[in-house]
Design a protein around this ligand. Structure first.
Ligand SMILES: [Zn+2]
Length: 340
């Protein structure tokens, strides 16, 4: 097992624990701070023995132990943000774990073994949609593997409370529902200090992946006023909400702490505007599958996972343009071609 790099910092009373994770994002940050005489932990890292061991070590650097944690807030359901929940529950049964209502429902659904078949059926349905977007049969099969693999890695702890948009906890912490990167994603805003714990909603160097492909049907029915066909638009609306808060410092789940929140938010918006314009240009009077467009836009030499992420990124923008009636589609040989 290669040793994981880690680092501890303190910024305006907020302790940051950075630890490597074996993904493209390189490391994940958890944050620990006090408010109303309680110790709060934002996000719970990765569920691996070595990761957790290092986390417990680094807590000591902040003169804390796991027994000191009163409240743990999870920003979203991805495996690099929920890992410690089990250990926390076991070592400190008094700690309260909170997550958004949707995150709770999705995690509960995904980790219930009796839903495995359901999950596979949904993955198969989704994969067929992707062949209509231009993927080959081999690639389709691997999509099914991909979408059935991740849920198996997740572990679920029943939270002590579920959160909703606008909830205020511990007098000063406001919960902001920010769907986009993940449907149940929340940011946590310390209104007093104007600190925003942004999870993966705002990052310092990359634009977060917009993805909501595997939302269980019972959730989409329950949230039927949410526009699932235009997740990018929902993400951009979530960004505007953050922009309105007058945040001073953003503490993200990955990458660097952000001291120029407005500027960073504008950069992310500009990035999406540019990508929308670029994609429209590529398909001007030239109908193409989303897969073809992604190859032109991101190049041919991506590995499998990155070429899927590239497709997903392009698709998010195409669905946005389609929803705004700025592109059209035609069907040809069972595939969907977009053009502007
Ligand atoms: Zn993450």
């Amino acid at each position: 097992m290669p040793s994981l790099k880690s680092e501890v910092n303190e910024i305006e009373g907020v302790g940051q624990i950075k630890i490597d994770v074996p993904f493209g994002v390189k490391f994940v940050s958890s944050y620990i701070f006090e408010i109303d005489n309680k110790t709060i932990l934002i996000d719970a890292g990765l569920n691996s023995k070595s990761w957790i061991k290092i986390f417990l070590e680094r807590l000591k650097d902040l003169k804390k132990t796991i027994a000191d944690i009163d409240v743990c807030i999870i920003t979203h359901s991805h495996i690099d943000h929920i890992g410690l929940m089990g250990v926390l529950r076991k070592k400190n049964p008094d700690a309260k774990i909170y997550m958004h209502n949707i995150t709770q429902k999705i995690l509960e659904w995904e980790t219930d073994k009796s839903n495995l078949e359901d999950i596979e059926q949904q993955a198969i349905k989704l994969s067929h949609q992707f062949t209509r977007y231009g993927l080959s049969e081999d690639q389709r099969k691997r999509i099914v593997q991909f979408f059935t693999y991740w849920p198996k890695l997740r572990h679920y702890q029943k939270p002590d409370g579920v959160l909703h948009d606008g909830n205020i906890i511990l007098k000063n912490l406001e919960i902001i529902w920010t769907p986009g990167h993940s449907f149940g994603h929340i940011c946590v805003f310390n209104r007093d200090k104007k600190h925003l714990f942004s999870g993966d909603h705002v990052l310092s160097r990359i634009t977060p992946h917009i993805g909501n492909f595997m939302v269980p049907e019972f959730i989409t029915k329950q949230y039927n006023n949410y526009n699932f066909s235009n997740v990018l638009d929902q993400y951009l609306q979530s960004l505007d909400r953050i922009n309105d808060l007058n945040v001073r410092v953003i503490f993200p789940g990955h990458q660097e702490i952000i001291y120029n929140p407005q500027e960073r938010i504008n950069q992310i918006k500009d990035h999406h505007d540019k990508r929308l314009a670029d994609i429209s240009k590529v398909i001007k009077d030239k109908p193409m599958t989303p897969y073809r467009i992604s190859k032109i836009h991101f190049g041919e030499d991506l590995d499998e996972i990155n070429s899927f992420l590239a497709l997903s990124e392009v698709l998010g923008h195409l669905l946005y343009l389609e929803d705004k009636e700025q592109v059209k589609t035609i069907e040809k040989n069972g595939q969907i071609l977009y053009y502007s």
